[in-house]
Design a protein around this ligand. Structure first.
Ligand SMILES: [Zn+2]
Length: 341
């Protein structure tokens, strides 16, 4: 019915983060900014440097590699190989975005009605219902192979592999990846991350880690947000004297295997406000937070992101690793000498 479109209003109402995720882009948020490889199909030139940035609050983007820039609508158009100057095609893109992300009440009347009839009275459900964030899963992946050579090859023992529930997945969304169960603070399984087993196949379309994508089930929308999640947090018997914070999963497993059970990961180099709060909740007021990031630029960012949010509340130690070394490169003895709890 209503094909009228107010571009300005639509732009204001669209959440750029959701639009990026809609196009399968893993959002690397730092404040209001996202930085990453340029996802535009028309991008020419190198894709090995993060030339693309988006201001999520203002709904604008820019790539200094291909020179593309504009607003969230123009971004969506370019992703769909539509020239934003082609007003008819551009309008179609905008209409689809509007329908998907900002439907008018009643505009999805037909679809809504069908759903309603199957639902208990008074509970209309639409795909645009607010997403349930990090909600418990009602299934578990079966048939994961804990004996995959990748895990043993990185030095993980069968005990560690079993403790973290790891295993190679041979089908579905996590095909050819190590499935990593993600548990919320109450220990409930909320999803799986997946790590490729062969770093050579990592590319822009095939990231090293895959996180749960948004999904619909029985009229509800489920969404995983790692910014609201601390990996391994549920195992910590809080409050603790000493908590170790690392960037990634493998560092957690490695430290745990070497006697440092109180280790959590932010799953990336940026610590969100929520993650900082979760970290503080786990540590006694007089306790210490040990930051053990990788010895690279991202690790440095990780440390600064944590220091900025945690150091005024707890005593913080930053264990700086040598250049290009990761916690998993250190032997038990080396770990014990630099993390002297
Ligand atoms: Zn570009």
């Amino acid at each position: 019915m209503s094909n009228w479109i107010d571009f300005k209003e639509l732009r204001a109402n669209l959440d750029f983060e959701r639009v990026l995720e809609h196009f399968g882009i893993e959002v690397k948020r730092r404040g209001d900014q996202h930085h990453g490889f340029c996802p535009l199909p028309g991008h020419q030139g190198k894709r090995n440097s993060p030339s693309f940035s988006a201001n999520l609050a203002r709904g604008i983007f820019q790539c200094f590699g291909c020179g593309a820039k504009g607003n969230v609508l123009e971004f969506a158009a370019l992703m769909e190989r539509v020239d934003p100057k082609n007003s008819t095609a551009f309008r179609d893109v905008a209409l689809r975005l509007k329908e998907r992300f900002c439907p008018e009440p009643g505009s999805a009347r037909q679809a809504g009605k069908q759903v309603k009839e199957e639902q208990p009275a008074g509970k209309p459900v639409s795909p645009e219902a607010p997403a349930l964030i990090n909600a418990p899963l009602d299934f578990e992946l079966k048939g994961l192979d804990p004996k995959h050579p990748y895990l043993a090859g990185r030095g993980f023992t069968p005990e560690t592999i079993a403790r973290f529930g790891l295993g190679f997945c041979s089908r579905g969304l996590l095909k050819d990846r190590i499935a990593i169960p993600l548990h919320d603070h109450k220990g409930r399984l909320v999803g799986y991350a997946g790590r490729v087993v062969d770093d050579k196949v990592v590319s822009e379309d095939n990231p090293k880690y895959r996180f749960p994508s948004k999904r619909e089930r029985e009229g509800k929308v489920f969404e995983f947000r790692k910014t609201r999640f601390l990996y391994n947090g549920f195992r910590i018997m809080a409050p603790v004297d000493n908590l170790i914070v690392v960037e990634g999963f493998t560092s957690v497993w490695w430290l745990d295997q070497n006697g440092f059970a109180n280790t959590v990961a932010t799953m990336g180099s940026d610590c969100s406000e929520r993650q900082a709060k979760l970290i503080l909740d786990l540590v006694m007021t007089a306790g210490r937070v040990w930051i053990v990031p990788d010895g690279d630029a991202a690790g440095e960012r990780h440390a600064h992101s944590l220091l900025g949010q945690v150091s005024s509340h707890r005593f913080v130690r930053w264990v700086k690793l040598e250049k290009d070394r990761q916690p998993t490169d250190l032997s038990c003895g080396q770990l014990k000498s630099c993390i002297a709890l």
